[in-house]
Design a binder for this molecule. Sequence first.
Ligand code: NDP
Ligand code: GDR
Length: 325
Amino acid sequence: MKPKQKSALITGICGQDGSYLADFLLAKGYRIFGLERRASKKNRENISASMHNVTFLSGDLLDEASLVHALKKAKPDEVYNLAAQSFVGDSWPQPVYTGEVTGLGVTRILEAVRQVNPKIKFYQASSSEMFGGSKESPQNEKTHFYPRSPYGVAKLYGHWITINYRESYGMFAASGILFNHESPRRGMEFVTRKITHRAAEIKLGLAKELRLGNLDAKRDWGFAGDYVEAMWLMLQQDTPGDYVIGTGITHSVREFVEAAFAHLKLDWKKYVKVDKTLLRPADVHLLLADARRAHKELKWKPKVGFQELVQMMVDADVERLARGQ
Ligand code: NDP
Ligand code: GDR
């Protein structure tokens, strides 16, 4: 007998990770439902290649009834909660909203899952921002948390409520503590994409300078396409747990800039200006993953390295701009 087709509901399906996860699960034969919030204009560019194989459901992490409705319609085996106000920089001007969506939104969807079918497997998109100002490096599942932004605080709440639902109700709820991961589908406001897009514009004579804030911040940057596999692997384990996912190599923003401009044969020093208005009220200076638990239990390893990632993003931006997009 043919095994039953598995199905998944992805919140944040139109974002960077949601679109890669949808591609990945579709290739595995899943039926995919995507939660999409109401907007005056649809934002499906990231998911355009897979869009026709996705059933979109209207819903919002701020509206629990919409989550119950989506779960009843989709009847998924797995839920991936990727939706969030995900930009750290905007979490200072919008701290309450960030708490509502990125923090309390997790309770809303967990509670909806519990009410509709507590056997659904649940993945929560936790973040290395929860480590923030931790003195320990590299950071693993046992490292103390020290969030440094309203976003980091909200993610920490989401992380603990996921653990709490696991412990309170015996639900299969896993939390992936993912370090920064990027791609040509990354939002324009994040530093990597801001750099690759502007460098491509400069190369094509469409812009003259790139203004950045803290060039010394260090991040463990990986490729989003690699990281969605880890999310899926977490839900295929016998027992739910929390896993750090990262490359184990860290680079500064300055190094990212150097690599992007060098790929285009440009001297970054001629174009990059430090703009103090782009500094954050409290920044995270160093993030570095110790992903040994994931290597051992999930058998997960990243495939794309730093240089390859930078070049992939720069090339995609040059190509897109050359096409006039
Ligand atoms: P994106 O910002 O690209 O995507 C976020 C998605 O969430 C968007 O599709 C957005 O919808 C949706 N969304 C926002 N608010 C709501 C809401 N109230 N209700 C329903 N949907 C909403 O993020 P990424 O793909 O980069 O990240 C995915 C998740 O992983 C996020 O939770 C992020 O915080 C977390 N994370 C990301 C890391 C990274 O390096 N990328 C690292 C660690 C964690 P719309 O398209 O309408 O804006
Ligand atoms: P981050 O990503 O805050 O790590 O959160 P971001 O790319 O925004 O910042 C990384 C570092 O670069 C410094 N920086 C700048 N950042 C932006 N956005 N714009 C600038 O002009 C600039 N100049 C310097 C920042 O100060 C910071 O130190 C991302 C998000 O995807 C989160 O959702 C996720 O949880 C974490 O990664 C892990």
